[in-house]
Design a binder for this molecule. Structure first.
Ligand SMILES: [Zn+2]
Length: 112
């Protein structure tokens, strides 16, 4: 059975009637150990941002770039809109900074 989870996610609606499609170069895909079920084409996809609920359009062109140029893992997919991705990145950076600050403070304490 094809485990092509990509289009099965609840949040994602493939647009089958979209004329906007690009051929998939499956040699460039980062599919891990799964080589089956690579689709032939990228289609524009609609999805709902998991953070703010905004309707987003992920175009075939953007997918091709993500999977073939950026080396995105094939079963990873867009779940956040651009704005929320930006926020998420900042949040992660701050969390990491806070973590390292914490370590730093601990070390300073120990040396006193
Ligand atoms: Zn969002």
């Amino acid at each position: 059975m094809c485990k092509f989870l990509f289009y099965k996610s609840k949040q994602i609606r493939r647009k089958p009637k979209s004329k906007n499609r690009l051929p998939v170069d499956d040699k460039k895909l980062n599919m891990g150990n799964t080589y089956s079920c690579a689709p032939k084409y990228y289609y524009d996809i609609e999805f709902t941002c998991i953070d703010c609920g905004a309707e987003q359009n992920w175009t075939a062109r953007q997918q091709k770039w993500w999977y073939e140029k950026a080396g995105g893992y094939f079963f990873s997919t867009a779940i956040r809109c651009r704005e929320c991705r930006k926020k998420e990145r900042i949040r992660k950076e701050e969390a990491r900074k806070a973590y390292f600050d914490g370590i730093q403070k601990k070390r300073e304490k120990q040396h006193k």
